[in-house]
Design a protein around this ligand. Structure first.
Ligand SMILES: [Zn+2]
Length: 412
């Protein structure tokens, strides 16, 4: 039977090893993946910049998700070069063709004075709370950090804003803004699940804040107990938002949100509901006046549509249904608002294909999803080539009963 030393010698004879200066040269060239297999507490104290961390015990189960390309050049490292030697052989057994182990490990790298960084890490509580995210390669620790650093503004704490805010908060979106001027009414509770019977009469923005902060103490909620207007929109946007979730139920607010988001370059995740029908899409238009692909060669397309590309101006008041008439099946905003949360998380994480350029239509009676392709209109009054609208317009409110900004009864 072999001793540990004999086994280590044998394994080292079967794998490729590189020394720290060689690894440093590869690191500078920025094509090699540095795979750090040390334990969490070792990683927390310092790491090679850009290295990917997978503790040794999870290496075999996670590597295929992390590195699907088996020809990728990988340098495995641990503290001293022994664990990484065994890991390198495991990777070879899994079919990875281009793996070397860093001889002397992180200790030797550090001794040579090569660059290190202190990784930002999740607390043990956060690691437990978000464990189901950490298990998905597309999220992982870096993605979870990104969510915690993200800022999402919700327009309306009503039917759509309820599920959207709850799921975004549960996912660990670190800062959530909520704009809503209403108070909780008993007719809201059939669908607005972020509120409750004991909150009747309480401002919706504050009620939602209480529910969200009870759900996840990592989340900071900025409550705006006001109706979005041309007077306050710039002040609210100045707080800095990565994505806007539009759960407004009225045209003046929708147009205001659209124009502001185009001018500020903030993507909008749009949702609307009426009776048994719901719609969702993502508006991510280019900044007006920027020639296609000018700012970023990699994004040479001309940008998606905005709300006004689809509906240049509001319908006349007599054709718009009033809020009071706008019945809705209670679960419908749950479905559409959850889709909005899904689109938002993808935008924040930079994964998947969003609904940009696609309007998703849901019919709750038939349980069918359809989608129509929507394109940027070069003659759009806001995001088009020669924009006519360059200042905020306060449209006349034709959905007056309580000047509601909650998310019921929207219809275009
Ligand atoms: Zn447009």
């Amino acid at each position: 039977m072999a001793t540990y030393r004999e086994l280590l010698q044998q394994v080292k004879g079967e794998i490729d090893e590189i020394d720290a200066p060689d690894a440093r040269a590869r690191h500078a060239a920025d094509v090699t993946l540095f795979l750090d297999i040390r334990e969490q507490d070792e990683w927390d104290e310092g790491a090679i910049p850009g290295a990917v961390h997978v503790p040794r015990g999870q290496l075999e189960s996670r590597i295929e998700g992390l590195v699907p390309d088996r020809s990728r050049e990988i340098v495995v490292l641990c503290a001293g070069g022994s664990r990484s030697a065994f890991a390198a052989r495991s990777l070879a057994d899994l079919g990875y063709e281009n793996v070397s182990s860093l001889a002397g490990g992180f200790t030797d790298w550090k001794r040579n004075g090569f660059p290190i960084e202190l990784p930002r890490t999740l607390s043990p509580k956060q690691r437990s709370r978000y464990s189901r995210h950490l298990l998905i390669p597309e999220v992982g620790e870096a993605g979870q950090q990104r969510l915690l650093d993200s800022r999402v503004l919700l327009i309306g704490a009503g039917g759509l804003g309820s599920p959207a805010s709850l799921y975004l908060a549960a996912a660990g979106v670190g800062t959530i803004g909520i704009v809503d001027a209403d108070v909780v009414d008993d007719s809201n509770l059939q669908r607005q699940i972020v509120h409750s019977t004991e909150r009747l009469g309480e401002p919706k923005a504050l009620s939602a804040k209480r529910t969200i902060e009870a759900l996840n103490p990592d989340v900071e909620v900025k409550a705006y107990e006001e109706r979005l207007t041309s007077e306050n929109v710039e002040r609210i946007l100045a707080d800095g938002w990565d994505v806007i979730v539009d759960g407004a139920d009225n045209f003046p607010t929708r147009y205001l949100v659209n124009d502001a988001s185009v001018w500020h370059g903030i993507p909008v995740v749009h949702g609307s509901i009426y009776r048994f029908e719901g719609q969702a899409t993502v508006f991510k238009p280019r900044l007006p006046g920027s020639a296609a692909g000018e700012a970023d060669g990699a994004r040479a397309e001309e940008g998606g549509p905005c709300y006004r590309c689809l509906f240049p101006s509001p319908p006349p008041p007599e054709l718009a249904p009033s809020c009071a008439e706008g019945g809705v099946l209670g679960v419908l905003p749950g479905i559409i608002g959850s889709l909005q949360a899904n689109e938002t998380l993808k935008l924040l994480l930079g994964v998947g294909d969003t609904l940009e350029g696609r309007l998703l239509l849901f019919d709750a009676l038939g349980t069918t999803f359809d989608e129509v392709s929507v394109k940027r209109d070069p003659t759009c009054p806001v995001c088009g080539d020669r924009p006519e609208i360059t200042e905020y317009i306060d449209y006349v409110e034709f959905c007056q009963p309580s000047a509601s900004q909650s998310a019921d009864g929207a219809r275009r």
